[in-house]
Design a protein around this ligand. Structure first.
Ligand SMILES: [Zn+2]
Length: 463
C-alpha cells in the first residue's frame, strides 16, 4: 500500500465484518455478561535525572511537557480466561526487565507469559531503562546507578499496576473499529529533507505505509467509556529535545482523555519500525500529529462499532532468530578504536565478555504473542522494531480485525522483513551492534521464521 496523498485524518468506513454480531449482542443484559475489563494507570516520569532514551547521545532531562504514563487493560471472558495488555511511554523495554515483570506476575497473579503483553510506544522523549541500548550512550558511573534504580522501581510499578487492573475487573462491552491517519512516512523511501517540498507540491510520497488506526473501546453497563485502545505504525520521534513527554502518542492520549473524562486512552505502536512522523522536530508538529491521531480515533468511535463477542484465547512462543554470523574476537579487537563511538563501546564490552569465558549465542529468542478476542479480533504481538511489511502481510493473511503490534516485551533491534533485509540500509543492514547483539546482521530467513510461528500461534488461538 502506498502512502495516500491526503494529509488529513478521517475515519475509514467501519467494516461490518462482525459475524458474531447477532441478536444476543442487542440484548443489553446479555452483552455485558460476555466480558469483564479492568483499567489502571500510573505516572512513570522519572524523579531523578535519568537521561532520555534514543538518538545515541547523552540527553539529561530539562523538564517536562506532560507526565509519562504506563497503563494496563485486564480482560476476562465469561469462562474466566484472562489477559493483560500493558502500554507505556517507554522507548525500549529490555528482556531483562520484562522477564522480571513476567515472573512476578506469574507468582503473584498466576498469569502465564501467554496472558501478558508488555508494550512500549518507542517514545524518544522517555527515559532509559536497564540493559536497553547499553552501548548507545556514553558510560557514566552515576548514570548507570540512576538507570538501574529507575528500572527496579518500574518493575515494581508494572507489577502493582497489573494487580490494580485485575482488581478492577468488572462487566464491560468491547467494540472495535478502524480509523485512518496519514502523517506516517516511509523513511526508507523518502528523504526527510525532501518531504516538506514533496507535500507542498502535492507529490505522492512513496514506499509501504500502514495508515490504519485500529480502535478498541471498553464501555461500562451505564454507558460510560472506561478505555480507548488505539494503534498506529510510526516512530514517536517527532521530538529530539531533552524534555519529558510522550511525543505524538502522548498528545493523542491526552486529547482523548480530555474528550472523554474518566476514560483511559492507551496506545500501541503497530509496525512502525521504518516509519517516521515527517516533517518533524517542533512541538507544534508533535501536537498536530497527536491531534490528527486523536481525531482519527474519535471518528472511528462515532461509527456504529460492532461488539466483540465472547471468548479469549492466548498463545505465546519464542522463535529462535539466527544471526548471519556471530562476531569474532579479531573483528571486535579491530573495532575497539573505531571512530563510531557506539561500535567502539560495543566491541570493548563484548571483548570483556569473551575474556570472562562467555560464548555468544548464535541466535536470539524472539517473542511472539497471538490473542483472539471473540470472533472479531486477532491481536498479534511481536517483539522489537518490526517494519511495516509485517503488519501489511499479516492483516492481508488473517483479514479484518487483525491487529499487528510491534514493540512488545523486548526491544532487541530492528526486525526487517525479507524485502528490507535484501535492500539493506539502516533497518535491514549491518547495525545489530547498536543494540548490543553479538553480530552485525540477522540471517536472511528472519521473515520466514517469524511468519511460520505467527501462523502456528494464530491457528492455536482460533481452534
Ligand atoms: Zn526505532
Amino acid at each position: 500500500m502506498n502512502s495516500a496523498p491526503l494529509r488529513t485524518c478521517f475515519a475509514a468506513m467501519t467494516i461490518a465484518y462482525a459475524v458474531g454480531w447477532t441478536a444476543a449482542a442487542d440484548d443489553d443484559e446479555h452483552r455485558f455478561l460476555e466480558w469483564k475489563a479492568g483499567v489502571a494507570k500510573a505516572v512513570i516520569t522519572p524523579e531523578t535525572p535519568v537521561w532520555l532514551a534514543g538518538y545515541g547521545s547523552k540527553r539529561p532531562p530539562d523538564g517536562k511537557l506532560h507526565e509519562l504514563w504506563m497503563k494496563a487493560l485486564a480482560l476476562e471472558d465469561s469462562r474466566g480466561q484472562r489477559a493483560v495488555l500493558i502500554t507505556s511511554d517507554f522507548q525500549g523495554v529490555p528482556k531483562s526487565m520484562s522477564d522480571r515483570v513476567f515472573s512476578q506476575l506469574k507468582a503473584k497473579h498466576h498469569l502465564d507469559r501467554a496472558q501478558v503483553m508488555f508494550t512500549f510506544s518507542h517514545n524518544h522523549c522517555g527515559p532509559r531503562l536497564g540493559d536497553d541500548l547499553v552501548d548507545y550512550y556514553p558510560v557514566e558511573a552515576e548514570q548507570v546507578v540512576l538507570v538501574n534504580e529507575y528500572t527496579d522501581r518500574m518493575v515494581d510499578k508494572t507489577v502493582a499496576l497489573v494487580g490494580e487492573a485485575l482488581a478492577a475487573l468488572s462487566p464491560a462491552q468491547l467494540q472495535t473499529g478502524t480509523g485512518i491517519c496519514t502523517f506516517a512516512v516511509n523513511r526508507r523511501n523518502n528523504r526527510e529533507a525532501d518531504v516538506p517540498a514533496l507535500l507542498a507540491a502535492g507529490t505522492p510520497l512513496v514506499g509501504p505505509v500502514d495508515h490504519s488506526v485500529p480502535v478498541l473501546s471498553v464501555t461500562r453497563p451505564d454507558g460510560t467509556l472506561a478505555a480507548i485502545l488505539f494503534g498506529y505504525a510510526c516512530h514517536p520521534t517527532t521530538l529530539s529535545f531533552f524534555t519529558w513527554c510522550g511525543d505524538y502518542p502522548g498528545f493523542a492520549q491526552l486529547e482523548l482523555e480530555r474528550n472523554h473524562p474518566g476514560a483511559t486512552a492507551m496506545f500501541v505502536n503497530t509496525c512502525g519500525g521504518d516509519q517516521n512522523p515527517l516533517p518533524r522536530r517542533t512541538v507544534e508538529l508533535c501536537q498536530k500529529y497527536g491531534h490528527m491521531l486523536a481525531a482519527a480515533v474519535e471518528e472511528a468511535l462515532q461509527q456504529p462499532l460492532p461488539p466483540v463477542s465472547s471468548g479469549l484465547q492466548t498463545a505465546f512462543q519464542y522463535v529462535e532468530l539466527p544471526y548471519l554470523k556471530v562476531v569474532t574476537r579479531d573483528e571486535l579487537t579491530a573495532l575497539t578504536k573505531d571512530a563510531n563511538a557506539i561500535r567502539a563501546r560495543w566491541a570493548d564490552r563484548l571483548l570483556k565478555k569473551l575474556d570472562a569465558g562467555e560464548q555468544f549465542e548464535a541466535a536470539y529468542p524472539y517473542p511472539i504473542h497471538a490473542w483472539r478476542l471473540g470472533r472479531e479480533m486477532l491481536v498479534i504481538g511481536m517483539g522489537a522494531e518490526t517494519v511495516v511489511d509485517y503488519a501489511l502481510r499479516f492483516k492481508h493473511e488473517f483479514g479484518p480485525g487483525t491487529w499487528v503490534c510491534g514493540y512488545a516485551d523486548d526491544m532487541i533491534s530492528y526486525i526487517p522483513s525479507r524485502r528490507v533485509w535484501q535492500e539493506g540500509g539502516y533497518e535491514g543492514g549491518s547495525n545489530l551492534y547498536e543494540y548490543g547483539r553479538p553480530a552485525f546482521r540477522w540471517d536472511g530467513s528472519i521473515e520466514d521464521r517469524i511468519a511460520a510461528t505467527v501462523h502456528k500461534l494464530a491457528k492455536q488461538v482460533r481452534e
